[in-house]
Design a protein around this ligand. Sequence first.
Ligand SMILES: Cc1cc2nc3c(=O)[nH]c(=O)nc-3n(C[C@H](O)[C@H](O)[C@H](O)COP(=O)(O)OP(=O)(O)OC[C@H]3O[C@@H](n4cnc5c(N)ncnc54)[C@H](O)[C@@H]3O)c2cc1C
Length: 395
Amino acid sequence: MQDTHDLAAFRQGIRDFVRQRLPDDLRQTVRRGQQPTRDQLVAWHDVLAGEGLLVPHWPETWGGRGWNVQQQMVFDEEMALGDAPELNAVTFDMIGPLLIRHADPAQQQRFLPAIASGHQWWCQGYSEPNAGSDLARLATRAERDGDDYVVNGSKIWTSYAQYADWMFTLVRTDREAKPQSGISFLLIDMTSPGITVRPIVGIHGWTVFNEVFLDNVRVPVAQRVGEENQGWTLAKSLLEFERLKLARIGENKRRMARAREAGLTRSHLGRRVADEPWFRERFAALEARLIALEANAARFVARQAAGERLGAEVSMLKLRGSRLIQLWEELIVDALGPEAWPLADDWLLGTGAAAPRDALAGTASSRRFLGRGYTIAGGSSEIQHNILAKQVLGL
Ligand SMILES: Cc1cc2nc3c(=O)[nH]c(=O)nc-3n(C[C@H](O)[C@H](O)[C@H](O)COP(=O)(O)OP(=O)(O)OC[C@H]3O[C@@H](n4cnc5c(N)ncnc54)[C@H](O)[C@@H]3O)c2cc1C
């Protein structure tokens, strides 16, 4: 475990770095709650990579700094508080570390330097229309034809597939075996003939999700990670990477700051929202939950840093962290009142043209809807409840 003094100095260093080096246009985009463009993100990747801060949690052999989990958590928190965008976890936290652990040397040489440069983007092709929580039911199939697999099927909810150069995916290579036993893990070039990406625009107005159709896509066998039909084990090992991060402490703190700003800058009937009992009560209750979440996350981080295995109880971090984000977003919307309604000034006031709104009001509604996805992403809350009930409480 890192000395408290060292960690405080480390935190200050990251804070100063974000303040000085985060491009201002990107900071404003994030502050306004808008969706950054790929170009904005790649420019930020260049800054981070130049300072060795894009994949600091990777081992030094592959361009990382071998940071421990405490340093990673502090880094994520300071990035969020400094209005930096969330980094693409699928690329830097999932496929990168997976390749470091499980890929063969040729695959590692081919992909890891490109990922660490910040210019190669990945997406995760797991979910299918009939396989989400019950992922082992996936039906996209890959059949051997010489040195290639021929892949047919479709994926859905594939985040940022529209930006991605590569997709790591689960495919069925044995239809006779038990569901989990017939799955392989393939790396697919998104420019391969036979791939169609169709964006799905969410209720929040962001283009996060996509459908990906695979029609006779040829994938060299050399792009399979691990043994044929052993992909399920790799798929599960990915989840370990995200379990602590899903507490989303930094993201929650950023929202707390936004809720405070909403309360302090808005008035209803001549009275500051921050002085309203309903607002004070809700804010205090959420702040107490955040303090408890942070203490709980710190317990898990300390256990992980000491080399202990985290049990199923770590599921509570995702449950609590995701719900708290939604409650902050709801408080912000309620504090803003009609100002937060989409195009409220247009139809409520009949002005015909929406007056420009500030960073809080402009995207409050879309952010609230965006937050709904946290119930499902990373394993739905119902599934986490089942895990806690069965494996921790023995019900
Ligand atoms: C923001 C976001 C990003 C995502 N990004 C990706 C991505 O990049 N790549 C990718 O492959 N997928 C992605 N997904 C998809 C995600 O993994 C699936 O949505 C998730 O696995 C749930 O599957 P489903 O949507 O088919 O819902 P279902 O599994 O059909 O579930 C529907 C409802 O039933 C409940 N339910 C299901 N089974 C049980 C059970 N046994 N007990 C109790 N309740 C149950 C669920 O909790 C849910 O409320 C993303 C999802 C979100 C929200």
